[in-house]
Design a binder for this molecule. Sequence first.
Ligand SMILES: *Cc1c(COP(=O)(O)O)cnc(C)c1O
Length: 383
Amino acid sequence: MPKNLTPIANPDLSQEHPTVLEIDLGALKHNLQVLKSRLQQKTKFLAVVKAFAYGSDALKIAQTLEEEGVDYLAVAYTSEGIALRDGGIRLPILVLHPQPDQLSRCIDRCLEPSIYSPRLLRAFVKTAEEKQQTDYPIHLKFNTGLNRLGFWENDVDRVNELLQNTRSTKVKGLLSHLAASDDPAEKEFTQAQLKQFEKIGKELVEKLGYQPLRHLLNSSGILNYPEAQFEMVRSGIALYGYGNAPEFDAELKPLGRLRTVISQLHKIEPGESVGYNRAYKAEAYQLIATLPLGHADGIGRQYGHGKGQVWLQGQLAPIIGNVCMDMLMVDVTGLDCKEGDPVIVFGPEHSAEDFARGAGTISYELLTGISSRVPRQIIDSTR
Ligand SMILES: *Cc1c(COP(=O)(O)O)cnc(C)c1O
């Protein structure tokens, strides 16, 4: 890493920002139980806590999941795993996308890398040998159609050869990732992925002479392909309350609630405009509420122009005009509200999935995009 890169020093807005992301650990525990009830008893559970646990609070989530007895955690980058170790997390942690220059740190903190290319495997073996490791656990990732990361099926021999020539590492896991587990129209494609994964597993076991933990399913995979649990599943979004399907959503509880308040109300007349570039023009007498959150908080401009709606005392109010950096305006005409009143941007009352869909995106993007300016407040509805 270049030496001139420094972490950002963040001011603490926790006592000031009227917009707060509430995180309900009770919902997390509930969702874990819902997911586990869909699995065989012997299936291991890996909880994906990358990207600040989908925009929430990775350490708090990891601590709760460790207490609740999950088997594994996964992050995207080595540094995310190190932050969890620094916080005292002792569970096995899989690093999904380790960078070649971070493998030494990975070993130092007992993180298990997902190795996805011959280049990365060579780099890992070299590092592990230099650090005099024996049987250091790695997971091999194979590409079965997502075409993002992974060895190809015909790499099995090459991988095996590299591994037979060293005592430094041992294959603890074998994984692949589904491209469209949430899409019933792609069932045939997904089933071909399942088949190929099984085949690679067989070839590898034959060559290695032992059986690694196989894991393939993400959240939607658990819902739609329970027959492909193998030894472990990897769930992210469903733990946070969204299942990419209405019947799954109905069982899950959203973990996060993004709440704010009305800063100011304006009565405007027909022909008056609201916000930058006069992007909204009133056609009648209207009541407009200004809310203290904007694209710097993670609610991007795609939510403007009526695409996003917020929840206010049981009713939905559309975001009008352009979203500003620190504020946005909603049309509350006809609603009974006053300055200082609470507003829910998304949460149990108004799902992040619905909010995101209005702007043509998905809950994953909305949740992980809530910026670090928004304070996180941990609650537990079960306590
Ligand atoms: C993010 C990720 C997951 C989790 O997917 P969800 O759809 O959130 O359950 C699982 N596996 C891999 C490889 C991932 O990158």
